[in-house]
Design a protein around this ligand. Structure first.
Ligand code: AHG
Ligand code: MN
Ligand code: MN
Length: 349
């Protein structure tokens, strides 16, 4: 064999080894690698992330055949606790997470956008010391038009016995989250998570039925050209936000991107930089997004990637909730771009 052929063979083999190594890095494996331990709590976290992955696969499977199956698209006719019309996919995905975590044994309580009260799984409670907070389908208005959707999740360790089923510990700041992330149902299904050791993405390989490592230690750029906000609300905003958007309009180098699903919009910002904002309005000063299962999990991801998330006055991860379904204004993304919005809110320019 010539030297050139030998080195070609070597590089092909190396490439195969590398891609094989990567194919073997599944989600649950990755969590254990991150924690560098097989302790019971590491095993728990790995099992929990594996269950999140299973929920994602079940939702993705149903979405992938949405136009072909009965009972997937459209509304149920009900209104949820937020006063929003419930879609059939919201209900399905909400039930998926319940079923998946009933069988985990590890989760005693679930709280979701679609349930007024915390859902207890009594058979898990004697040993299940974890709580799952989730938005089963984020951006559900995109469902019927075959556009991107997401699921958002956060895991917290239960504090106290919660004998009266008040779940007061869930109101603690987002810094108490031990894991958080999202699943993005786009052209491929992607899972992004953090356990406080950086941000990592996985792609669902349908032929393997596994989430396989895609990118480790994702870092958000310090600045990006994207601003992502529903400008249809322009005249409902406070003057400071209007001034910020006017600034963007007259400054070269900004592009608007808004999909109607914050998981997709924030994912773009995570990879390419920029800012996503959902400010309060004059009528709804707290805005639309829910703190505990929308803003706080995404804030944890973006902070772990080197970005920021704020209400405009304080870090999202420091906000103490007053109630389960509390809303909060959200400004999230690249450090520089978040700071720019903040300076309009705090100083008017
Ligand atoms: P959900 O579908 O869980 O209610 O969340 C939708 C959220 C968010 O994903 C999105 O960015 C925003 O609401 C869209 O709201 P507007 O239509 O008011 O812009
Ligand atoms: Mn949502
Ligand atoms: Mn939702």
């Amino acid at each position: 064999m010539t030297k050139a052929a030998e080195s070609l063979e070597l590089s092909i083999n190396n490439g195969t080894d590398r891609s094989l190594d990567r194919d073997c890095t599944t989600l649950s494996r990755h969590v254990l690698q991150q924690l560098q331990s097989f302790s019971p709590s590491s095993q728990d976290l790995s099992a929990l992330m594996n269950r999140i992955g299973l929920a994602g696969k079940l939702v993705a499977r149903r979405l992938s055949r949405a136009g072909l199956m009965e009972g997937v698209l459209g509304f149920t006719g009900e209104t949820n606790v937020q006063g929003e019309s419930v879609k059939k996919m919201d209900v399905y995905a909400n039930d998926v997470f319940i079923s998946v975590f009933k069988q985990s044994g590890l989760v005693c309580r679930l709280a979701s956008e679609e349930m007024e009260d915390v859902y207890y799984i009594p058979e898990n409670c004697p040993i299940g010391r974890y709580t799952l907070l989730y938005d089963p389908i984020d951006g559900s208005s995109n469902t019927d038009t075959n556009l991107s959707l997401g699921s958002i999740f956060a895991i917290r360790q239960q504090e106290g016995d919660d004998l009266n089923h008040e779940a007061l510990d869930l109101l603690a700041p987002g810094r108490k989250q031990i894991a958080a992330g999202y699943i993005l149902y786009g052209p491929s299904t992607m899972l992004v998570y953090t356990i406080g050791k950086g941000v990592h993405s996985f792609v669902l390989d349908p032929s393997l039925g596994e989430f396989i490592l895609c990118e480790e230690n994702i870092q958000i750029p310090n600045h990006g050209s994207v601003y992502s906000v529903n400008e249809g609300n322009f005249w409902q905003w406070d003057e400071s936000i209007r001034e910020y958007v006017r600034y963007v309009h007259r400054t070269q180098g900004y592009s608007a991107r808004y999909s109607g699903a914050m998981v997709s919009d924030i994912h773009r910002v995570l990879l390419q930089g920029g800012v996503f904002l959902y400010p309060g309005t004059l009528q709804q000063p707290e805005g639309k997004l829910r703190l505990l299962y929308e803003s706080a999990p995404l804030a944890y991801v973006i902070e772990q990637a080197g970005g920021r998330a704020t209400t405009g006055h304080m870090d999202i991860l420091d906000v103490v909730a007053k109630k389960l379904h509390q809303r909060t204004p959200l400004i999230i993304g690249s450090k520089q771009d978040v700071a720019k919005v903040e300076s309009f809110i705090q100083n008017g320019h």
